[in-house]
Design a protein around this ligand. Structure first.
Ligand SMILES: Cc1ncc(COP(=O)(O)O)c(C=O)c1O
Length: 384
């Protein structure tokens, strides 16, 4: 049976020295946030209150988007975004097989069918493979900016325009990432972000936000996140309750002030890891692309003898993780769609060789150096 609590995860992070989990540090200023939460309580401003308004305005302004709508999770940002973009039961949505379950869950719970495409060497959907997956039922493309690395959005936009498809961006990893200087999440019709506790901008539970430049989409999402109500006594469409909780909006708004620092520190750490790992035989960080600003929600590498390296690093107190070992087309939940091993070889190879190293803003330079040294030690320091 599914559990509410994942004890192994919490126990593991208590014994390791260099961790993926950094919430303890992230919310060291808990009292400052509690002071702001107190105002919500005093004002009784609990649902869609002033804090939600303020966050939506600041978030849209930060990304240069016309509208932002707070929702109860990144998953619902995707789900309501798909609906507002016109995706209906029976439609097909083209997406990557190398993603988190929520991307696919959002498509499926709208009643549409995900059609998978392989990734490229950037771990993102390979635009060269998209057109072959288009059928008369295709309604949208859903690229995922995996690990905070933007997809090749010019090519995806060109294909979408040619075939009359909507683009819903899963930017849950990618707040402040850019492609050719434009923010991830503002490059398609809808951009979806998560405030899950381990995301770059996070809250004290679940939360998400959707951005768009399309007023009709923004209005529709505002309607369907709040029971379809146009006012207290009139319901336009029977719908969801997917409001961003006001308390969570306070937390996100507080962290927004720190986001430039969070992003810059993640980039600093990733650069140190790139430089340190370059040339260690057995490890391959992805090649960087000067058109992109990556924000390193995850720092991913491909490596030989991945499982052994992971066990070795954990033994040395370094929380190396696998994101994730099984691609979406090979999940039990995908059984009815007829995919098999070998359908998407690049993603399958990635699932067998990927390792993520802690890169967040509380990782110090001596800790990136320690990770590099341990990986060099594992591979016998052999340099290419
Ligand atoms: C790529 C991706 N998309 C969507 C989501 C869903 O976000 P949430 O957990 O806020 O529903 C996640 C969350 O972890 C994610 O990693």
């Amino acid at each position: 049976m599914a559990k509410n609590f994942l004890p192994d995860q919490y126990e593991r992070t208590q014994v390791l020295g260099i961790n993926h989990n950094y919430l303890h540090d992230q919310f060291a200023d808990v009292d400052a946030i509690l002071g702001k939460v107190r105002e919500v309580v005093v004002q009784g401003d609990f649902t869609l209150g002033r804090a939600v308004d303020r966050l939506e305005q600041r978030y849209a302004a930060m990304l240069g988007a016309r509208f932002a709508v707070g929702l109860n999770s990144g998953t619902d940002a995707l789900r309501l975004g798909l609906i507002a973009a016109g995706v209906k039961p029976g439609d097909e949505v083209i997406t990557t097989t190398y993603t988190f379950y929520a991307t696919i869950g959002a498509i499926v719970t709208v009643g549409a069918r995900p059609v998978f495409v392989d990734v490229g060497d950037d771990y993102n959907i390979d635009p060269a493979k998209i057109e072959a997956a288009i059928t008369p039922k295709t309604k949208a493309i859903l690229p995922v900016h995996w690990s905070g690395r933007p997809c090749l959005m010019d090519e995806i936009g060109r294909i979408a325009a040619k075939h009359g498809l909507k683009v819903i961006e899963d930017a849950c990893h990618a707040v402040q990432a850019t492609f050719d200087g434009r923010f991830a999440g503002t490059l398609g019709d809808v951009g979806c972000f998560s405030f899950h506790p381990l995301k770059n901008l996070n809250v004290w539970g679940d939360g998400g936000i959707l951005v768009t430049n399309d007023e009709a989409i923004a209005n529709h999402v505002r309607l369907i996140r709040n029971h379809g109500l146009i006012d207290r006594d009139h319901c336009e469409i029977f719908s969801f309750n997917s409001r961003l909780d006001t308390v969570q909006a306070v937390v996100a708004d507080h962290l927004l002030d720190k986001l430039d620092h969070i992003t810059a520190t993640r980039i600093r750490n990733a650069t140190a890891l790139d430089q340190g790992l370059a040339g260690i035989q057995g490890v391959r960080p992805p090649t960087r692309n000067a058109r992109l600003k990556e924000v390193f929600h995850l720092y991913c590498i491909e490596c030989e003898r991945r499982d052994e390296l992971q066990a070795f690093l954990i033994g040395k107190g370094i929380d190396a993780k696998v994101h994730y070992p099984i691609p979406m087309h090979l999940q039990p939940a995908a059984r009815d769609w007829g995919y098999k091993v070998g359908d998407f070889p690049r993603a399958e190879r990635l699932c067998a060789s990927e390792l993520s190293l802690p890169v967040h803003e509380f990782i110090r330079p001596d800790q990136t150096a320690e990770m590099v040294a341990r990986i060099g030690e594992f591979y016998g320091s052999a340099r290419v």
